[in-house]
Design a protein around this ligand. Structure first.
Ligand code: SF4
Length: 93
């Protein structure tokens, strides 16, 4: 079965969302650990990119424990591979 992949753009930033990979850790949307103004699984779209800066979004996505959320900046494949490491600028952490 093909993996579902959704993308959300904000400027040069593209957020990649793979629902089949999410382990529902709640890290991204609980107030204590996440950005509830951006990530809300009870609303559509569930990612509201306008409610945070690109820096805030990237920092949050790096905390996703499953790799369901990842991102890249600019053209896909130009920097990182967008494979859940949040290493879109090509720099490994
Ligand atoms: S942080 Fe990642 S694994 Fe946790 S709920 Fe959000 S997308 Fe799913």
């Amino acid at each position: 079965m093909a993996e579902i992949v959704k993308k959300y753009k904000k400027g040069d930033l593209t957020i990649v969302w793979k629902p089949g990979v999410c382990i529902h850790s709640t890290v991204c949307w609980k107030a204590a650990t996440g950005l509830p103004a951006v990530f809300n699984p009870f609303e559509k779209p569930w990612i509201k990119v306008d409610n945070a800066t690109e820096e805030e979004l990237m920092a949050q996505i790096k905390k996703c424990p499953s790799g369901a959320l990842s991102f890249y900046v600019g053209e896909e494949g130009a920097g990182g591979d967008g494979s859940g490491e949040g290493d879109a600028d090509g720099k490994k952490q």
